[in-house]
Design a binder for this molecule. Structure first.
Ligand code: GLY
Length: 407
């Protein structure tokens, strides 16, 4: 055999191997997610992140969403989205094993140092854990640890034992609003409780997740966005929405936060209740997806199908499903979650959503920030890019375990 033919044969076997792994794990369904598709998305993301980092290199500004001309609108460190750009850089440094991305990730992460003392919002979890938390995960940089722990202490100041939850927002129309998004920020507490923090952090996170499992769900597995509590009695006062179409509709990103948040809570606690909550939110999400697997911004918007999609909800759910599939013992559920994750990611890698060839400076197009406020409609959002990169990273890990199919 000539060496050229040998090379060709090896590359052919590797490609076939990946397609077989993906379709095989998905229960034999024809999900055309290939190593080439994933690699193409990673290469495109590499270029985009590099361009953004060069553009904002001398500032401590954080890309959040794009404007009509496709350029990033940036925000200061205090914004709830500031941790996502450093988080994207951390994922890229890990995916590419590239010291340039690591240096950039360090620079943007350090720009968030002061936020460890933030006590006015639950979003300190997103801000600190996606930057310093990811940095610690990938590099074990010990100087990040006290910052993460201080942030966990700051978040604990928002915990009210009577309600059994962290208060999500200050200064809005509700007295003690707890939003479904808040599930995501429990990771700061759960991780910290294992890494030099306190038992109280763990207990508060578990209590918050239990209350959310009890009060944020409808009987069909869909979720409310906002639950308002009475701090004197600890009872629920109202179940409403802030970013969804209506109180009784299902805001797509909220449903995705529920899948991700409860999957993550199960990872740390192994509480069956949290696996059940993750499973029912995932089933509801998957069962209501449109044909291209990317939800409209609210599943019940009356304008569907002439309405905006929210790629951020798809990216969050796609990444979460790649983890959730590992926790279920039910083969049918496992197959359903895996198939859906592959379908979602495959669509996000397509020209319908990948921002390649468009004026957007981001990786993905077609997200919605806050539709009722007429804000960030059909734009690129940094958190869509973050969860997309996380999903690509999770996929490469899955495939390297099944025979180095991607790398
Ligand atoms: N946590 C805010 C949002 O999802 O829009």
């Amino acid at each position: 055999m000539t060496s050229r033919f040998k090379e060709y044969l090896i590359s052919f076997i590797v490609s076939v191997c990946f397609v077989v792994i993906v379709t095989g794990c998905a229960g034999g369904s024809e999900v055309a997610l290939t190593s080439d598709t994933v690699q193409h998305a990673i290469d495109f993301a590499t270029t985009r992140l590099k361009q953004t980092a060069i553009q904002y290199g001398d500032s401590i500004l954080f890309p959040r969403s794009t404007s009509d001309d496709g350029k990033w609108k940036t925000v200061p460190p205090r914004d709830w989205t500031s941790g996502f750009f450093p988080g994207c850089l951390w994922y890229m440094s890990d995916l590419k094993h590239d010291s340039m991305f690591q240096e950039l990730a360090e620079r943007w992460t350090v720009g968030l140092t002061e936020q460890q003392y933030l006590t006015q919002t639950h979003d300190i979890g997103f801000i600190i854990f996606n930057s310093f938390g990811k940095g610690y995960e990938f590099t074990n940089n010990e100087s990040y640890k006290p910052i993460i722990l201080q942030a966990a202490h700051s978040l604990m100041t928002r915990y009210n034992p009577k309600v059994g939850c962290i208060k999500s927002w200050d200064g809005r129309k509700w007295g003690y609003p707890v939003i479904i998004d808040n599930m995501m920020n429990l990771e700061l507490l759960l991780w910290s409780s294992r890494n030099g923090g306190t038992q109280e952090m763990y207990d508060a996170a578990v209590s918050h997740a239990r209350q959310t499992a009890k009060n944020h769900f409808r009987s069909d597995g869909s979720t409310y966005h906002v639950v308002d509590y009475d701090t004197l009695t600890g009872k629920v006062i109202a179940k409403e929405t802030h970013q969804g179409f209506a109180n009784e509709s299902v805001w797509a990103r909220g449903q995705a936060w529920a899948i991700y948040g409860f999957t993550m809570a199960y990872r740390y606690t192994h509480e069956p209740e949290f696996l059940e909550a993750a499973t029912k939110s995932a089933n509801w999400f998957i069962d209501h997806l449109p044909v291209d697997h990317v939800p409209y911004w609210d599943f019940m918007s009356p304008n569907i199908p002439n309405d905006e999609k929210d790629v951020s909800a798809a990216a969050i759910a796609g990444s979460a499903l790649l983890e959730l599939k590992n926790y279920t013992d039910n083969p049918a559920q496992k197959s359903k979650f895996e198939k859906s994750a592959f379908e979602i990611i495959n669509t996000l890698c397509s020209s319908s959503y990948l921002a390649e060839g468009t004026n957007s400076c981001a990786i993905l197009n077609h997200a919605v920030g806050n539709h009722p406020k007429d804000s960030e409609i059909d734009v690129s959002l940094i958190y869509a890019d973050y969860y997309f990169l996380e999903a690509l990273s999770r996929l490469t890990v899955i495939n390297s375990k099944h025979g180095d199919a991607i790398k």
